[in-house]
Design a protein around this ligand. Structure first.
Ligand SMILES: NC(=O)c1ccc[n+]([C@@H]2O[C@H](COP(=O)([O-])OP(=O)(O)OC[C@H]3O[C@@H](n4cnc5c(N)ncnc54)[C@H](OP(=O)(O)O)[C@@H]3O)[C@@H](O)[C@H]2O)c1
Length: 287
């Protein structure tokens, strides 16, 4: 077991965040768990009984930096920040045009919130000589599927931000891990929780976007690819602690988790092949 450290996990009220909190507690760490409001559920009560300390942290609110400052003061330091809170938006780009605010809102929670949280923890991590930032992205941070352009846009933005950031803070011994899960059976697709879907307009019925969105809503995607949030959480904690599967294995920036990883591999090969094929044309603009 590695030395106990202080973990701040956003969106820990349920789903993957709750499982990461449980796995971190099991590994002996101190867990400060973020949730919106103070409503108790069976999951929040269970986490509390395992030792998690709740804080009210809405990733869309204006006080993220202040709340993180209070955690640093109360616990002395934050060793690991897990930016997990996030939600999905389904709907074609044209249909989402009727509600541009829906796109702004998800950018705020999935991108601006994590950016603000990272910026809030870095100064103290730099001064204490290290720390780890885990940003939960998605397979949709690399591949874009029809029908989820708004969500994909947020996770691509988080990937770009995190890749740059990782190189900036590596000299200060702050590690960055970008987790790219595939489908998992959490509340992620549940529109009675945080997920949002915009109905398909008539021209899109029967198109590929409609097929993908219907398969997601009908649970077929999760059935075909679904990974376990419990096992994903275990891998994430092992990656941070360099234990378990990562005891003697290097963990770089990206941690893909799920069967969809094969699609990322194929996409990477295709990208490299296409760049090679077009290299003569690409360099033809050199002066
Ligand atoms: N499940 C998947 O298939 C999948 C795949 C790839 C990536 N991911 C990513 O994994 C992460 C966790 O999602 P999940 O699968 O565990 O979904 P989930 O079960 O719906 O959990 C989402 C969590 O985010 C919190 N949240 C939503 N909006 C928030 C806000 N404004 N401020 C603070 N917390 C907020 C929710 O809190 P409330 O209880 O207050 O709503 C909940 O705790 C997300 O970043 C998601 O994009 C999920």
């Amino acid at each position: 077991m590695s030395a106990p450290s202080v973990w701040l996990i956003t969106g820990a009220s349920r789903g993957l965040g709750s499982e990461i909190a449980k796995a971190a507690l099991k590994a002996g760490h101190v867990v400060v768990a973020g949730r919106r409001g103070s409503k108790s559920t069976s999951q929040t009560t269970e986490l509390e009984s395992l030792g998690a300390k709740w804080i009210n942290l809405d990733m869309k609110a204006g006080d993220i930096e202040t709340i993180i400052g209070t955690v640093e003061k109360d616990y002395g330091h934050i060793d690991v920040l897990v930016n997990n809170a996030g939600y999905g938006v389904g709907g074609t780009a044209e249909d989402l045009r009727i509600s541009i605010q829906t796109i702004r809102d998800v950018m705020e929670v999935n991108v601006m919130g994590p950016i603000r949280a990272c910026r809030a923890v870095i100064p103290a991590m730099r001064q204490q000589g290290g720390g780890t930032i885990v940003n939960i992205s998605s397979v949709s941070g690399i591949l874009s599927f029809p029908g989820v352009s708004a969500y994909s846009c947020t996770k691509h933005a988080l990937e770009g931000f995190t890749e740059s950031l990782s190189k900036e803070i590596e000299p200060f011994k702050i590690r960055t891990i970008l987790v790219e899960p595939g489908s998992m059976p959490t509340g992620f697709l549940d529109t009675t929780l945080s997920a949002v879907t915009v109905p398909r307009s008539e021209p899109y019925r029967g198109t590929i976007a409609d097929v993908v969105l219907s398969a997601a809503a009908g649970g077929e995607l999760v059935k075909a690819h679904g990974g376990s949030p419990v096992l994903a959480a275990a891998r994430i904690v092992e990656a941070v602690d360099r234990t378990g599967v990562f005891a003697d294995r290097d963990i770089g920036l990206r941690l893909p988790l799920g069967k969809e990883t094969q699609e990322i591999i194929d996409w990477g090969k295709d990208l490299a092949k296409r760049a090679e094929e077009l290299q003569d044309i690409a360099v033809s603009i050199a002066v």
